[in-house]
Design a protein around this ligand. Structure first.
Ligand code: HEC
Length: 215
């Protein structure tokens, strides 16, 4: 005979435990997240957007759009780290362009070129600073070509830093590769030549040492 299986009396007879608060599902409703948190969040988001828009530059395309290429990045930089060059470009545009032209090529027979000029590209700047301060007149050779005209003086119009800027600019533009010039160098030449009222001549200038630091 099979032994009779004993029934588990407990499974049948134990009463279901009463539900307590511990078993309850978490739920929204009364006593949930207080309303002020939503108000505070709204205010926070509002002022974050205001900050992004105004103080952080917003989503301005100038700030966020990438450059198309490395070349584009390079072109957006000044030619050298010297801020005088940018100022010099501006001074050139309002004082020299009329005669020497935006290209620095001058006008044949009338205004000599600054691009590639041996006067401009001299190792030292003492002659070219004199030219800009007092002007220049009479027979002149520029890269083997003869000129015989007159250039106005700038010493009463341009300050030392403006002359330093424009001379630095013409010495580094159009493929020219001479060292930049400081306002102190211009002041030095201005002081040394303050008793001279007239424009220079080419013959006089070739006797003036080029100046500048020996390289
Ligand atoms: C009114 C026209 C005129 C203006 C403006 C002018 N120049 Fe000249 N520049 C001349 C002439 C003309 C000569 C040649 C003078 C001669 O024949 O003796 C000359 C000569 C020169 C030379 C020496 C020759 C050479 O080609 O390298 C330099 C450097 C020069 N100028 C720089 C400048 C700079 C920098 C400015 C602006 C600050 C300037 N010039 C403004 C007319 C001008």
């Amino acid at each position: 005979m099979k032994p009779e299986r004993k029934k588990n009396p407990v499974a049948v007879t134990k009463p279901v435990a009463a539900r307590t608060m511990d078993d309850a599902e978490p739920a929204f409703g009364e006593g949930g997240i207080p309303i002020w948190i939503f108000v505070a969040l709204g205010v926070l988001i509002y002022f974050s957007l205001v900050y992004l828009d105004r103080s952080a530059g917003g989503f301005n395309s100038l700030v966020y759009e990438p450059f198309e290429s490395y070349d584009a990045v390079k072109k957006s930089q000044p030619a050298t780290g010297n801020p005088l060059i940018a100022q010099g470009r501006e001074v050139y545009g309002r004082t020299c362009t009329a005669c020497h032209q935006p290209t620095g090529m001058g006008t044949p027979g009338q205004f000599p070129p600054l691009a590639g000029s041996d006067w401009v590209n001299a190792a030292g700047p003492d002659r070219v600073i004199r030219i800009v301060l007092n002007g220049l007149q009479g027979p002149l050779k520029v890269n083997g070509t003869d000129f015989n005209n007159a250039m106005v003086a700038w010493k009463d119009i341009l300050k030392d830093d403006e002359i330093a800027a424009v001379v630095s600019f013409v010495r580094q533009e159009w493929g020219n590769k001479a060292p930049a010039v400081t306002p102190a160098q211009v002041k030095g030449v201005r002081d040394a030549t303050k008793d001279r009222p007239d424009a220079w001549t080419g013959d006089e200038l070739v006797k003036v040492p080029e100046g500048g630091e020996a390289k």
